[in-house]
Ligand binder design. Structure first.
Ligand code: FA5
Length: 365
């Protein structure tokens, strides 16, 4: 049996003469195709020699029909020749392909410094981050420095040092997400780690570190099992703390009304008595509704007011927990709901708009 190209007698198997003949034919064809720089022709050459019906494959198959004592040497020399020829072909193909790629890159040269053709949509700070920056700026001008604390917090900082004793019903005011420690042995032992429910733990961390006098704010994310139009499971607060000799509730009112005036312009606010275990007395502060169109107002539901923060005079027990002498120092603290401030600023009817990442909404702000 013989094949057309090259003319090789397959019945004899891969004898040295046949292999030499094969090499000569292949080398001539390869040089020819290379001269024309024709990749398609080279691919055809590859399949004619090494494809399933290619001459090299047929020769290798013919080894099996040789007498057993001749098979080993014949097989080994045929394989050597096959490897050598494949190597030559790959080298030529690689060189041609690299040349073609290079030519293509030269043709489609890209100038990265050119301006875009269409006006690209511009990115912007998220509204919540914008508000946080504005608020931080206002408090900074009143002498507050920025402090930070972790979002995964110890029960001690989130509750106990803030005068929430274990099992105290006040803990239920803040629907807590507990965090499981990897490999925690029992339900009881996992309850010492929480996603912080407010930014107040930063008060403790800052007072422990810095002592008194101290004047800080701390913006950050907080988490509660809580969700409706004005409550979100993840939201933002800014904690404020000012402890020094002679700090009073009047200072708190002054700082808060300065903040509201700087943020929204002259705007009435009101303080309502409230309870937080870490302050005494405690208050909640409302700001007059920005939108109010009466009973049906979508922002304040007709009350005319919108709660924006909790505050009060730091409880003497909390000062003592942080090693500060409550006989000498007094102070106030507040926790502002940043997202509520954003709702008021942009007259949003629900908090959800801030967290859906809908560009149609975000681009209007
Ligand atoms: C607290 O979190 C206290 N740590 C505040 C505080 C600090 C009191 C220092 C005294 C001294 P409260 O749970 O009320 O308080 O939350 C404070 C503000 O966060 C609220 O006035 C409201 O504006 C906002 N807020 C509360 N829950 C949510 C929620 N689920 N989604 C969005 N905003 C919320």
């Amino acid at each position: 049996m013989s094949v057309d190209v090259p003319q090789v007698n397959l019945d004899a198997g891969p004898t040295p003469e046949v292999l030499a003949q094969l090499e000569a034919a292949f080398t001539a064809e390869l040089a020819d195709a290379r001269g024309r720089a024709d990749v398609a022709e080279l691919q055809a050459l590859k399949s004619r020699y090494f494809g399933p019906k290619g001459v090299v494959s047929l020769l290798l198959r013919a080894v099996g029909k040789l007498p057993p004592e001749a098979r080993r040497d014949a097989g080994s020399s045929a394989n050597q020749v096959k490897k050598a020829l494949e190597g030559q072909l790959a080298e030529v193909l690689d060189a041609l392909e690299a040349k073609a790629k290079d030519a293509e890159l030269r043709r489609s040269r890209l100038d990265m410094t050119l301006p875009g053709r269409a006006p690209a949509p511009r990115g912007a700070l998220h509204p919540v981050n914008r508000i946080i920056r504005e608020m931080t700026d206002i408090f900074h001008r009143m002498g507050f420095e920025v402090a930070a604390g972790p979002e995964v917090e110890l029960d001690w900082y989130n509750f106990e040092a803030l005068n929430f004793p274990p099992d105290h019903p006040a803990r239920d005011m803040q629907d807590t997400f507990f965090v499981t420690r990897p490999g925690a042995p029992s339900e009881a032992s996992i309850r010492d780690l929480v996603l912080r429910t407010h930014t107040s733990p930063v008060q403790i961390r800052a007072m422990e570190k810095q002592g008194a006098p101290i004047r800080i704010i701390s913006p950050g994310r907080v988490f509660r099992h809580d969700s409706d139009a004005t409550h979100s499971p993840m939201f933002h607060q800014i904690e404020g703390l000012w402890v020094d000799e002679g700090v009073s509730l009047a200072h708190l009112k002054g700082v808060l009304s300065s903040f509201i005036n700087a943020m929204f312009g002259e705007r009435p606010m009101r303080l309502r008595p409230s309870f937080f275990p870490f302050v005494e007395p405690g208050v909640e502060v409302d700001m007059q509704c920005m939108l109010c169109d009466g009973a049906g107002c979508r922002l304040c539901k007709g009350t005319g007011w919108m709660e924006i923060l909790g505050a009060g005079m730091v409880h003497p027990k909390v000062l003592a927990n942080c090693g500060i002498d409550p006989e000498r120092y007094t102070g106030f603290a507040f926790g502002l709901g940043v997202d509520r401030i954003a709702m008021l600023r942009w007259k949003l009817d629900e908090l959800g708009h801030l967290f859906r990442s809908d560009v149609r909404f975000l681009s209007q702000i």
